[in-house]
Design a protein around this ligand. Structure first.
Ligand code: HEC
Length: 107
């Protein structure tokens, strides 16, 4: 019984540490301290590795930083319509979108 409680404490401590590792801790969110590689893994599913899509989804590897950030901001606000991106972009904070764009465009 004692062992279980101890393990529980370790688990709680590990959970508390996780947000700091992911960069989303109380220290304030900025594009620089987010795990951008992890965030971009969500985009790769549809847009392909490096943004080079092999399917029907548009490739995004030809867009520069400004074009990509504009597209995502417009999808987020609803100014730009789409089938899917209008539901994906609002799920990210502006700082996360910037981190994603920086990661994809290599800036
Ligand atoms: C479920 C599939 C899917 C996922 C996941 C996805 N996208 Fe998209 N994306 C699309 C589709 C489809 C379009 C075409 C517009 C539309 O229909 O929404 C698109 C369009 C775009 C465009 C505009 C391309 C252009 O040339 O105008 C950008 C930029 C973009 N996505 C970036 C991203 C980023 C960054 C992520 C990860 C946060 C992401 N997408 C995740 C399917 C996806």
């Amino acid at each position: 019984m004692k062992k279980t409680i101890l393990l529980g404490a370790v688990f709680v401590a590990a959970s508390l540490a996780t947000p700091a590792l992911a960069g989303g801790g109380a220290g304030g969110e900025s594009a620089g301290n987010l795990n951008s590689a992890l965030l971009v893994s969500n985009c790769v599913v549809c847009h392909g590795q490096g943004g080079d899509s092999q399917g029907h989804t548009p490739s995004i590897d030809g867009l520069n930083k400004t074009q990509m950030l504009n597209a995502l901001t417009e999808f987020k606000s609803g100014a730009r319509k789409g089938t899917i991106m209008g539901r994906i972009a609002p799920g990210y904070t502006d700082a996360q979108l910037e981190a994603i764009v920086n990661e994809i465009t290599g800036n």
